[in-house]
Design a binder for this molecule. Structure first.
Ligand SMILES: [Zn+2]
Length: 317
């Protein structure tokens, strides 16, 4: 694909499918979205939804290739979604189905990998060659770039950092194991901690902001209470940041990254999360004081990273 041609990036999320026409410089020139077909839907329904989205996008732009990012395990040939519990996709031959439908080359990628690639090429880590990206949303996702190459592993399942075990025999995880990092360091963990402690006196103000019901506490309600100085909400983000920082230090022992990019919805809390994260990272880093420390920075492409990364990976494949 030559540099003056556009490619298309698609990001299949739990509730919506985003599509965008993207230039060689990572600029989005047009975008659309459709709802993700619900639980129990077929691969054909997902393919149809993506086709409709692409018809809208290609109406005005002649794209040369399509990259599709999905929240799930993608096989080593980047042609199948092996397992994506939130998308009703299991052993789904999405690439073949879409290529047949679209008559364009298609490449599949895990969504966190695609986001990491976008931050590496055009975003917060564009000046680095070694990147660890941690995406803090409903779960904890990850993407790793080493020496300018995305780390996929032999079977395509590398960088599932959310399932690093941080607590022996800890909380059960939908992945089938216990004590996974995302059970302690994700947006879902943040909300769980807040609801569990909602009866504490300290939680009174946060509870008031959501109408008095513990079940109404959400990630954004915690972040906005923390931003307005609520000590309880702030302490929750501090705790989450510590869990994240400790995990990042463990990963740094293996990967030795140059930059750690923190993205995902919860990262919008900014320094309320990143401050404690940096502190915990630094204090748990092995051989601290005898090695350069990676910079921990916020992601810069927001929720468009997936489509931008997928489009760029399609261009390169
Ligand atoms: Zn797990």
């Amino acid at each position: 694909v030559s540099s003056d041609q556009v490619t298309i990036g698609v990001d299949i999320g739990g509730t919506k499918i985003l599509g965008a026409v993207v230039t060689a410089d990572g600029e989005i020139v047009r975008r659309e979205r459709v709802p993700t077909p619900g639980r129990g839907s077929s691969v054909a329904q997902t393919t149809e939804a993506i086709s409709r989205l692409l018809e809208d996008l290609t109406g005005s732009h002649q794209a040369e290739a399509v990259g599709v990012a999905a929240a799930g395990f993608v096989d080593e040939g980047r042609s199948m979604v092996r397992y994506a519990p939130n998308l009703s996709l299991e052993d789904a031959p999405l690439r073949a189905e879409l290529e047949k439908e679209l008559d364009l080359p298609v490449v599949l990628e895990n969504d966190a990998n695609a986001a990491a690639w976008a931050e590496f090429r055009f975003g917060a880590a564009r000046d680095a060659d070694h990147l660890l990206m941690v995406t803090v949303g409903t779960g904890v996702g990850g993407g790793i770039v080493i020496d300018g190459e995305l780390l996929r592993g032999r079977y395509g399942s590398a960088a599932e950092v959310g399932h690093l075990r941080v607590v022996p025999e800890g909380l059960p995880c939908p992945c089938g194991q216990r004590g996974c990092w995302e059970q302690y360091a994700s947006g879902s963990a943040l909300v769980r901690m807040a609801r569990e402690r909602a009866a504490d006196e300290a939680a009174a103000h946060l509870l008031e902001t959501v109408g008095g019901e513990a079940a109404a506490i959400t990630g954004p309600s915690i972040s906005s209470a923390a931003e307005s100085g609520d000590p309880f909400a702030t302490s929750l983000l501090t705790e989450l940041g510590r869990w994240l920082g400790e995990g990042v230090a463990t990963l740094a022992a293996v990967l030795d990254p140059e930059v750690v990019v923190v993205g995902g919805g919860v990262s919008e809390a900014g320094d309320l999360l990143l401050g404690p994260l940096r502190e915990a990272f630094s204090s748990h880093l092995t051989a601290k004081g005898h090695r350069p420390e990676a910079a921990v920075v916020p992601a810069s492409l927001g929720n468009q990273a997936g489509v931008i990364g997928a489009a760029d990976l399609a261009r390169r494949s």
